[in-house]
Design a protein around this ligand. Sequence first.
Ligand code: ADP
Ligand code: SF4
Ligand code: MG
Length: 303
Amino acid sequence: MLKIENLKVYFKTDLGIVKAVDGVDLEVHKGERFTLIGESGSGKSVLAISILRLLPKNAEISGKIVFNGKNLLELSEEEMRRIRGRKIAWIPQSQSSLNPVLTVGFQSAEPMIEHLGFDKKSAFAKVLRIFDFLGIGRNRAKDYPHQFSGGMRQRVLVAMGISTSPELIIADEPTKGLDASKRAQVVGLFRRIEDRTMLIITHDLNFAEKLADRIAVMYCGKIVEVSPAKEFFNEPLHPYSKGLLDSLPSRGLKPIRGFQPSMMNPPSGCRFRERCEFASERCRREPPLFNLNGRSVRCWLHD
Ligand SMILES: Nc1ncnc2c1ncn2[C@@H]1O[C@H](COP(=O)(O)OP(=O)(O)O)[C@@H](O)[C@H]1O
Ligand code: SF4
Ligand SMILES: [Mg+2]
């Protein structure tokens, strides 16, 4: 469905080159909920935005992003516009991406009119069904974004995302800024959308545990582990993954020492080595992704 090969996204800035995504290989399978986790600033959003080719001008991108057999990086802007919204939906991190002067029903109908050639009436009829399905309620379709709570606005963004029946849904931090009960609602919401492939980005590990089929961990622009979710939460392989889980309140609240290094001057070798309690001489060389029984991990301990 989606295969990313050696993806690099570098930003040119006045201070130097920010290597936000630095050689990422990933595969998202049809029908799965694939979840990308990692601390803030690890390159998750940049990775997602590059799939949609919505990167800012100062970005340089290389590698391959193959979606249904086509390398998205080779498509024209026109071809890409047809894929965005229609085949690949984007549920953004910010609820401020809703237009304040249009009703939520109108905004949710728009992608169907634009991408699928629906007339207004049938698009609106489908919106009402989706609003019922997602627990927004069809009676709210004529309301404006400011009349909704944060949790409800999140649902509206999901409604907009799924209205065109996309093949792949990418959601960036769908629980950001929501309280615990709202987060639980988003879990329920995403579980309801069963037959779709999803790439979900989150730094909320509890959310990831409830939802993910597979987990990928990103650290400082690189993928350091990919594992089935159950195995990941039972026995994380990478020391950074262990650190993330140990820092959860339910697992001891032990923070990872130190800070994520700068993406302008990351350490040579393993990027985690300055924070890793298992670091040794060999970690000065960069570890490849080792494959073990359907899992992969970028750490010399698993050589
Ligand atoms: N337009 C940009 N120019 C320069 N650096 C950027 C730009 N956008 C993002 N970055 C940098 O890329 C890195 C990864 O950011 P991001 O993908 O947003 O992290 P995450 O989503 O994991 O929190 C950060 O260091 C961020 O500052
Ligand atoms: S490669 Fe070395 S420094 Fe990096 S995570 Fe593994 S043990 Fe730690
Ligand atoms: Mg982000």
